[in-house]
Design a protein around this ligand. Structure first.
Ligand code: HEC
Length: 456
């Protein structure tokens, strides 16, 4: 036992000695003796990352948007005093990649996302070393200036786009204090716009302070004579959709309905008459975007039987696993903006691949640490948006784990079937799609090729 411990200590200590205490070979020579190890530990702590200089900038960029007094995180992480009691827990969650919530497989597929809050390996190492060294504060003069956040009752997009052009509201709904999931599906009349306009962004805003805690996810759709368009879909961690410049979603003039699909989850306190708002930002009147987006489109993965009720293929036995696969053939070229997997508590992984008409197969995005508590849209950076020719197959793959190994499995002894409750299952992907004409496809392809050949 003792011997094993000693060897382990020496192995850990050696690289630290070489890296940090270069020129003091006595420490290395004595690394498996007690006093020298203690010496090494002291020199490590002295050179360890500090809160003010190394850790605070990471926490500002990747944590504070949720971990602030108004945010959805359980505790604020703005100051050293607020953060230091959580150092061991932060170390664990960051190293396990549980926090910040970003569930993509980093080893395959596209890795450039506009909303990427994940930490690099170096940043994770910095936080781990900081916690291991006793979470030192360092020199407060090294602190970066604090980040200003808009209050949670304001539109997140307002700082960038100004106030929305119009706002629609759901009918009030009372969320009970205790119980299971609650749904509030209804439509509200919408007087409509005088002329056709193009949407550039939309945001879903739960009420404050309680609505933000009870709304689990929701959809707002524009419905007019059989034309249905998703204005915005919201899930914990995702409130808005903003299209790249030059891309819009068409809003036809005249009266219409706004269809609300709201999914609430009780929090132990009744929330009476909750109202959700959706704000819409338009391009200026008369503006015609180059590309017309369809917004987020639902791609079912569980509905492989085309007749009868949805998802008779989704049956997971107690302690069992299931994999589902479904393919879509693009009958038009397309440009993809985002990927947002949706499953429930047994869902663990989902991928989206492209099989090109020439047979080449490419992994676009894969989530390998899916967690039902989060509904994250992975938004591609503009110049890596998948550009797919007509005839491409989009292949989706979802995986479920009903065993006790799944940490959020409420009961591995149950059969799990398709259904809308969190304890039932379903599987689909919301994919932001812009269908293209052949000319637009060729034009974008030429631009991509030019960009690629410009690169050094
Ligand atoms: C998108 C919002 C969001 C971001 C970004 C985020 N968190 Fe969290 N965090 C949450 C929420 C919500 C919870 C509570 C639910 C849970 O435990 O998953 C949480 C829980 C935690 C916990 C557990 C607290 C406890 O008492 O159990 C720790 C530790 C934590 N976060 C640290 C971090 C760190 C460190 C970062 C950045 C590297 C970060 N979080 C980024 C929302 C976020």
């Amino acid at each position: 036992m003792t011997r094993g411990f000693r060897i382990h200590t020496a192995l850990v200590a050696l690289p630290l000695v070489l890296g940090l205490a270069w020129g003091t070979p006595t420490a290395a020579q004595n690394a498996d003796t007690g006093p020298a190890v203690a010496e090494v530990a002291i020199s490590t702590a002295a050179d360890a990352p500090t809160w003010s200089r190394d850790v605070a900038p990471i926490i500002q960029r990747s944590c504070q948007q949720c971990h602030r007094p108004d945010g959805i995180g359980p505790m604020p992480l703005l100051t050293y005093e607020q953060t230091v009691p959580f150092a061991p827990l932060i170390r664990y969650r960051v190293q396990q990649r549980i926090m910040p919530p970003w569930h993509l497989d980093k080893t395959v597929g596209i890795q450039e996302y506009e909303n990427d809050i994940s930490l690099s390996d170096d940043e994770i190492a910095t936080i781990v070393q900081w916690a291991d060294a006793g979470a030192p504060e360092g020199d407060p003069a090294d602190m970066p200036p604090p980040v200003e956040y808009p209050p949670a009752y304001e539109w997140e997009l307002e700082a960038e786009l100004g106030p929305p052009d119009f706002v629609v509201r759901s009918e009030p709904f009372t969320v009970v204090a205790n119980g299971q999931d609650q749904w509030w599906d209804h439509t509200v009349e919408f007087e409509g716009l005088a002329e056709r306009r193009w949407i550039r962004a939309a945001e879903f805003k739960p009420s404050y302070p309680l609505g933000v805690k009870v709304v689990h996810h929701g959809h707002v759709r524009f419905v007019q004579d059989g034309y249905r368009m998703e204005l915005v879909g919201m899930g914990v961690g995702k409130r808005w959709d903003k299209l790249p410049d030059g891309m819009g979603k068409l809003l036809l003039p005249g009266p219409a309905q706004i269809s609300w699909g709201l999914h609430y989850f009780p929090i132990g306190t009744a929330v009476p008459d909750d109202v959700v708002e959706a704000g819409v930002w338009l391009y200026p009147p008369g503006y015609e975007p180059e590309l017309s987006s369809s917004g987020e489109q639902r791609h079912l993965i569980d509905g492989t039987f085309r007749t009868g009720p949805r998802a008779r293929d989704l049956i997971i036995p107690p302690h069992g696993h299931l994999t589902l696969e479904h393919a879509y053939v693009l009958d038009q070229p397309a440009l993809l903006q985002s990927f947002r997997p949706h499953m429930h508590m047994r869902g663990t992984a989902m991928s989206m691949e492209a099989i090109y008409p020439d047979g080449r197969r490419e992994m676009l995005s894969r989530v390998d640490q899916y967690n039902h508590n989060w509904q994250i849209a992975y938004i591609y950076e503009d110049d890596v948006q998948p550009l797919l020719p007509k005839g491409t197959v989009l292949l989706f793959h979802s995986q479920f784990d009903n065993s006790a190994n799944n940490p959020i499995n409420p009961d591995p002894d149950q059969w799990v079937l398709f259904g809308a409750r969190g304890v039932d299952e379903m599987s689909h992907a919301w994919v932001g799609v812009t269908y293209l004409t052949e000319e637009d496809y060729q034009r974008l392809l030429r631009e991509r090729t030019r960009l690629a050949s410009d690169e050094p």
